[in-house]
Design a protein around this ligand. Structure first.
Ligand code: FAD
Length: 313
């Protein structure tokens, strides 16, 4: 286990914020994590991060930041049609997608190139191109922050909804994900009717294989979103866009009448651009706020200049 003090989070967030945390703890096993939580001798507040691709720090963090280095893939059950793979929370999400493609397993390919780690996929219910993590998740293994005890959540217990789970709602900050078990299909399952996937497949006139579909999805994504290495960002802000519209001119609209999925990309770009313009040198103190599809901080434009030392996620 690595324990550091006054540690820079520059390489732990995709906005590239050069903020510091009072304590940084990186663990490699469930045992290490349980032992750390049980000794209760850590500085609060506690924040667990993955790759920081859905976080925005607006200043130094006066607490303890935890990060998982739990790795590994284990086939835990198999039928003639499906394979259940249990994956360490510290694995990079896209490495897992690569693994499924290499093993000719169907289900995850549409989620290619989503930044972040496996642990966060179960918290965020990541989704793209008509597929969500919840469609694949069988169970989520966790450790309770207050007791250090293990608990497994079934898919149903995770209460998945659009980019939401129980870990972002009622149990926010209360459980740490250590492993996620995904069910993949050995028989072909395609999701091709979302966005321009079919058009791009036709254009490429290549056979429909997992490999080719992954290549096409990666190409579409790279055209749409800026590379975080070039420009700090947290992906698109679909829910923010809805909130922006809701807060800044459409107060009459009831939440239930808004459709989050269909907000125009034009505004999405504007918000990403706003984030960029408040951080001209690439790193430095954050003056804008945002969080990917979180939805209750307003847009970057309407909620600039959050207090220092906060983290939005
Ligand atoms: C360029 C870009 C494109 C993106 N595209 C998409 C997309 O297409 N679809 C999509 O859904 N998202 C997308 N996102 C958002 C982001 O990739 C996801 O939200 C991802 O799941 C975040 O993973 P992370 O490891 O970086 O988590 P972080 O940002 O570090 O953390 C996110 C949340 O998960 C919690 N968390 C992290 N790890 C654990 C753990 N082990 N246990 C408990 N809680 C944990 C954190 O506390 C926080 O609440 C995009 C982001 C970027 C920058």
């Amino acid at each position: 286990m690595k324990e550091l003090t006054d540690y820079s989070l520059l390489y732990h967030n995709t906005f590239g914020m050069d903020v510091r945390t009072a304590h940084f703890v990186e663990y490699e096993s469930v045992e290490e994590l349980c032992a750390f939580l049980k000794q209760k001798n850590y500085e609060l507040p506690l924040l667990h991060i993955g790759r920081g691709s859905n976080l925005l720090f607006s200043g130094d963090y006066q607490g303890t930041v935890l990060h998982s280095l739990i790795k590994g893939y284990e086939v835990v059950s198999e039928t003639s049609d499906t394979v259940d793979v249990r994956v360490g929370a510290g694995e990079v999400w896209d490495d897992f997608v690569t693994y499924t493609v290499q093993k000719n397993l169907y289900g995850a390919v549409n989620l290619s190139l989503i930044p972040g780690e496996v642990g966060a996929s179960a918290v965020q219910n990541i989704g793209a191109y008509g597929v969500e993590a919840k469609d694949l998740i069988v169970s989520v293994d966790t450790v309770c922050v207050s007791t250090g005890e293990l608990r497994q959540f079934s898919n149903e217990e995770c209460c998945y909804a659009y980019r939401k789970s129980i870990f972002k709602q009622e149990l926010k900050g209360k459980y740490i994900v250590t492993h996620v078990t995904y069910r993949l299909s050995k028989v072909p399952v395609w999701h091709l009717d979302y966005g321009n996937i079919r058009t791009e497949l036709d254009k490429a006139s290549c056979p429909l294989t997992l490999d080719n579909l992954r290549r096409i999805i990666i190409r579409i994504r790279e055209e749409k979103l800026p590379d975080t290495a070039q420009m700090g960002n947290a992906g698109s802000f679909t829910v923010h866009i809805y909130r922006y519209a809701f807060l800044s001119g459409r107060r009459r609209l009831r939440e239930s009448s808004c459709r989050m999925d269909d907000r125009p990309l034009r505004m999405e770009r504007k918000i990403v651009g706003t984030c960029r313009s408040t951080r001209p040198s690439g790193v430095g103190p954050c003056q804008s706020g945002g969080s990917y599809r979180k939805g209750n901080h307003g847009s970057c434009r309407s909620s600039c200049c959050f207090g220092k030392g906060k983290v939005w996620y």
